[in-house]
Write a protein that binds this ligand. Structure first.
Ligand code: AMP
Length: 588
């Protein structure tokens, strides 16, 4: 297809206000795309490469302005382009406001024939634009910036105003014609008569609109259904939304509870190679796994499917040591201290995406992966399997390190299946105690939905509100904690009286318990067995999930999932919350 035709069609789509008509127009464009279908299915979304590919054009606005300026004539420079941008507000309008096509010189090597009018060369094709942009993306090293400007200049120099508008937008990845991923999915379905959900599934596993369009056209539904995950081609990560334990247990009989690690998401693709892959030499001799010299390949991708393998050698080493089958695993990479305990998220950032001095920085910050999901093992795609099955497969595929210390960040994220809020509470307390962020609550029966932020994965919501409560009682701990006060009774004010509203035992480290014991012991008014009555003196700030009516406490209310936040040293019992406020908060 000529690029001028593509630009015309893009202009017509842009001018169309109604969503359904936009889908119709994109459908027609795909039907007419012929051999350029893959390219056009991407271009129409402002993409040059498949979403999963790490290749980027890496063209900053300045490079683009320079190329436009050069193609626009000797009396135009990048500053003029920027001025016009300030005036017109959008790069497509700016590019379309110049007359190109008269400049000689460097553009000639792309075949750019300057014909001296505003009609453009008239012979630029979609394929040539794609080829030149691919060249440009792979240009590296000294002088690459100049070479990029040259290549881009060569393209602009052959453009009419309309072509220039869409070329500029494509180059800066902002097509602005109202075509999103859903539009292209629906257009592929309509153009090639395939059910939208099958197109969607193929898109989820391949992340390539171009390839899926071609398969839908040439191979039909069967081809779409046969599109599988591929080692080395990342999948979008399933995402979580915030949620409460209460809601999770109301919706599911049991929740799958996991620790929430505070790191950066990683997707590991590991192929141990022919030697360790008994299937490969019989079934697929063309696959890289069948190469007798293969030592195994590991690639690591970020949450946005960007390749981060080189920045994280520990993950590669881990895969070599602990995976002997081809697999795609989902997890988190966490920074750890010398004892293997987790460090805050900021530390991981010193390593993630790092391109230079990796070995040196590795000496300062060590990372390790912890895996919580398994998308593919040994040729089996597991996206549609329930979470619990995927977790079993994960457990089976990982050969766990024999000498793992329980204090370490685990390599395999443990999963507890439970419907018991107290058990969930204690898993949460253990997670916090071990230095992690809290817990994730997952629907045990749910499939893996790439790119979705659904209800099937919930990160336990941080407390929306906190209450300042008077500590009116406590219990002596047991075992290791026998010398500490714990399980603190909380009260709120009702006029001059104090009425109980709950007990808090979680979110407190041993160190903190020792400190709180020192603070509270002088206020012990009475003791009976492990129970201690305290005179009102100390105020705790407490987070909670919700307030319920309850016969258990004298206020008539109970805090659901109370969590210790801190001591309000600045507050006296007279400043603590009142029952009126509790009632107001509950009414919200
Ligand atoms: P957030 O980034 O706050 O939206 O929380 C979701 C993120 O938590 C995920 O994208 C993961 O990177 C991370 N995470 C940590 N532990 C887990 C886990 N056990 N399951 C799923 N995601 C986890």
């Amino acid at each position: 297809m000529e690029f001028a035709t593509f630009a015309d069609r893009a202009a017509a789509i842009e001018a169309e206000p109604a969503d359904l008509e936009i889908v119709d127009r994109v459908t027609a464009l795909l039907v007419d795309a012929g051999d350029d279908l893959e390219i056009i299915a991407r271009f129409v979304q402002g993409r040059v490469f498949p979403a999963w590919e790490s290749t980027t054009l890496d063209i900053g606005p300045t490079t683009c302005y320079e190329a436009i300026a050069r193609a626009a004539g000797t009396n135009v420079d990048a500053d003029d382009v920027e001025d016009r941008l300030a005036e017109l507000g959008e790069i497509g309008d700016v590019a379309a406001s110049y007359e190109f096509g008269g400049q000689q010189g460097l553009g000639a090597f792309t075949g750019g024939g300057a014909d001296g009018n505003d009609g453009g060369s008239g012979d630029l094709t979609v394929r040539e634009v794609h080829e030149t942009l691919t060249d440009l993306a792979t240009t590296e090293g000294a002088g690459s910036q100049d070479r990029k400007v040259d290549l881009l200049f060569g393209l602009f120099n052959r453009c009419s105003s309309e072509e220039a508008r869409y070329l500029a937008r494509l180059v800066l990845s902002e097509m602005r014609i109202g075509v999103g991923e859903g539009t292209v999915r629906d257009a592929i379905a309509a153009a090639f008569d395939a059910p939208a959900d099958r197109v969607e599934r193929a898109l989820q596993v391949s992340n390539d609109y171009g390839e899926v369009a071609r398969i839908a056209r040439d191979e039909g539904v069967e081809g779409l259904d046969a599109t599988d995950l591929e080692l080395g081609r990342p999948v979008q990560a399933m995402l979580a939304q915030a949620g409460t334990v209460t809601d999770a247990l109301e919706e599911w009989d049991e929740a799958a509870v996991e620790w929430k690690y505070d790191g950066a998401r990683v997707q590991l693709h590991h192929d141990p190679g022919a030697a360790a892959d008994p299937k490969s030499d019989t079934e697929d001799s063309a696959s890289p796994a069948a190469d007798p010299d293969a030592t195994g390949e590991t690639r690591v991708f970020s949450r946005n499917m960007e390749e981060v393998t080189d920045a994280l050698p520990e993950v590669v080493e881990f895969a070599d040591a602990h995976l002997d089958r081809p697999a795609i695993l989902d997890g988190e990479v966490v920074a750890i201290d010398d004892d293997g305990a987790p460090l805050p998220f900021q530390e991981v950032l010193k390593r993630f995406r790092r391109k230079h001095d990796v070995a040196k920085v590795r000496e300062d910050v060590t990372v390790r992966p912890v895996f919580f999901d398994c998308l593919h093992v040994d040729g089996d795609d597991l996206l549609d399997e329930p979470l619990t099955t995927r977790h079993d497969r994960l457990e089976a595929v990982l050969t766990e390190e024999p000498d793992q210390d329980p204090e370490d960040v685990p390599a395999l994220s443990l999963l507890w299946l439970t419907g018991d809020p107290d058990e969930i509470e204690s898993i949460d307390a253990d997670a916090l105690e071990a230095g992690h962020e809290g817990i994730m609550l997952k629907n045990p029966d749910s499939a893996y939905s790439p790119g979705r932020r659904g209800k099937n994965w919930r990160k336990r919501k941080p407390d929306v509100e906190t209450l300042d409560c008077v500590v009116t009682g406590a219990e002596w701990g047991e075992g290791r904690r026998a010398t500490y006060l714990g399980t603190f009774e909380l009260s709120v004010r009702d006029g001059d009286d104090l009425e109980t509203i709950g007990k808090v035992a979680t979110g407190i480290t041993d160190e903190k318990l020792a400190e709180l014991t020192d603070l509270l012991e002088p206020h012990v008014a009475a003791e009976s067995g492990q129970e201690v009555e305290l005179e009102p003196a100390i105020v705790f700030e407490v987070g909670y999930e919700e307030i319920q009516t309850s016969p258990t406490y004298s206020s008539g209310y109970a805090l659901r999932f109370p969590r210790f936040v801190g001591v309000r040293h600045d507050k006296n019992p007279e400043d603590a919350e009142t029952i009126d406020r509790v009632e107001r908060l509950r009414g919200r």
